[in-house]
Design a protein around this ligand. Structure first.
Ligand code: FAD
Ligand code: DHB
Length: 389
């Protein structure tokens, strides 16, 4: 056998799984289609739950996050000028960390390199062979040459568009999906953040999110129709839209400047069940997608890794398969709860095209209720900081 666990995809889930397995003495090979520079150029998640932080610590990759990350004890939900603070620390005793996915991934690459782990970039035409047999293998093309990697287990960490999920026969899995009729236009700019905490803004002009990476780097999103193209959004148009969505005081004081990244992401909720077929396990976005409104995608990928890495160590080291047998059900319980929260946050904060006049009133009443009920705020805080593993 060439390796114990073949990992398809070198995004955050694949790298974190590889790191945790390598540290426990389980051999892995990570096969990534893109170059390292390309993976690191994708600006995505910004908020880490306490559980994700703990797992990064366990993996030995938390040092820079603890030094350079920004702990956040709360966030705001706003409805025009009504600002509701959700005080995570007071309501749950926990906080979250603002530290970009790009940085997490860079730290994981550095740690894997320091450990001498095998991460192969530029692989093409990956095919998983015999996942439902005792001797699976992964075939791929590298520099024009076809290769075959034999292994005991395959981890499908290759995101929503990867090959792993599609390898499971349609008759053996079930998909659940909701596609939202809008996307998020995201902008990164070297400007002072609009506020020291994140603002999730509902407004008569649609949804916006004011986030950040550090004191001089802001990350903003506004809701846009799915048909919009990035080219149609000049910086000026973006800032005007964002200002219209944010509370008046915040908008008036907001610093603007040239964008350094601008992209549109569609919003969807998606789950494929189960997460296992024979010796193949799905992890992270390969198995599920949440709309980004609750900051759950990367954090769910991390909890999948948490459940799977211990299970794989037991299976590889002592032949104990109880963990891998229970992986799918265990992970899915948490996944569905995060699905519910992300769907609820999305519905609560976005304008839906063609909605009736009742919908806007329901959003307003929900925000008003949050502003007046500690019970409602605690429920939101408990979900936002991350449900227990
Ligand atoms: P991916 O990051 O998609 O990694 C998969 C990897 O597999 C990629 O590197 C890809 O190149 C590789 N690959 C694909 N196909 C193949 C193949 N056939 N062969 C080999 N390699 C392959 N989540 C949060 O928790 N908090 C947030 O604040 C947040 N904000 C977000 C904002 C935006 C705009 C977006 C788009 C997402 C956000 N997310 C957030 C979600 C988060 O980014 C994802 O959930 C996370 O990237 C999932 O990691 P992954 O490793 O499972 O998948
Ligand atoms: C960010 C993205 C999110 O989806 C979110 O809910 C919070 C923060 C970000 O990119 O900073």
């Amino acid at each position: 056998m060439d390796t114990e666990v073949a990992i398809i995809g070198g995004g955050p889930s694949g790298l974190l799984l590889s790191q945790l397995l390598n540290r426990a003495g389980v051999a892995t090979v990570v096969l990534e289609r893109a170059s390292r520079a390309h993976v690191l150029s994708r600006i995505r998640a910004g908020v880490l739950e306490a559980g994700t932080m703990a797992l990064l610590q366990e993996a030995g990759v938390a040092e820079r996050m603890m030094r350079e990350g920004h702990p956040h004890a709360g966030c705001y939900l706003t409805d025009d000028d009504l600002m509701v603070r959700i005080n995570f620390e007071e309501l749950t005793g926990k906080s979250v960390m603002v530290y970009g996915q790009t940085e997490v991934t860079a730290d994981l690459y550095a740690a894997q390199e320091a450990m001498g782990a095998t991460v192969i970039h530029g692989v093409q035409d990956v095919v998983i062979d015999g996942a439902d047999t005792p001797a699976p293998a992964v075939e791929y093309t590298l520099n024009g040459e076809r290769k075959r990697l034999t292994c005991a287990y395959v981890a499908g960490c290759d995101g929503f568009h990867g090959v792993s999920r599609k390898t499971i026969p349609a008759a053996k899995r079930q998909e659940f999906e909701r596609v939202y009729p809008f996307g998020w236009l995201g902008v990164l700019s070297r400007t002072r953040p609009a506020h020291e905490e994140l603002i999730y803004a509902s407004s008569g002009h649609g949804f916006a999110l004011a986030s950040m990476r550090n004191e001089n780097l802001s990350r903003y999103y506004v809701q846009v129709p799915l048909t919009d193209k990035v080219e149609a959004w000049s910086d000026q148009r973006f800032w005007d839209k964002l200002r219209a969505c944010l509370p008046g005081d915040v908008a008036a004081a907001m610093e603007t400047g040239p964008s350094i990244e601008k992209s549109i992401a569609p919003l969807r909720s998606f789950v494929s069940e189960p997460l296992r077929w024979g010796r193949l396990f799905l992890v992270g976005d390969a198995a599920h997608i949440v709309p980004p409104t609750g900051a759950k995608g990367l954090n769910l990928a991390a909890s999948d890794v948490f459940y799977l890495y211990q299970a794989l160590i037991s299976a590889v080291k002592s032949g104990d398969t109880a963990g891998i047998d229970g992986y799918s059900a265990r992970a899915l319980t948490r996944i569905w709860k995060a699905m519910r929260f992300s769907w609820q946050m999305t519905t609560m904060l976005h304008q839906f095209d063609g909605e009736d006049s009742f919908a806007g009133q329901m959003r307003k009443a929900t925000l008003k209720h949050l502003s007046q009920s500690e019970t409602a705020r605690r429920d939101l805080a408990e979900n936002y900081i991350g449900l227990p593993y």
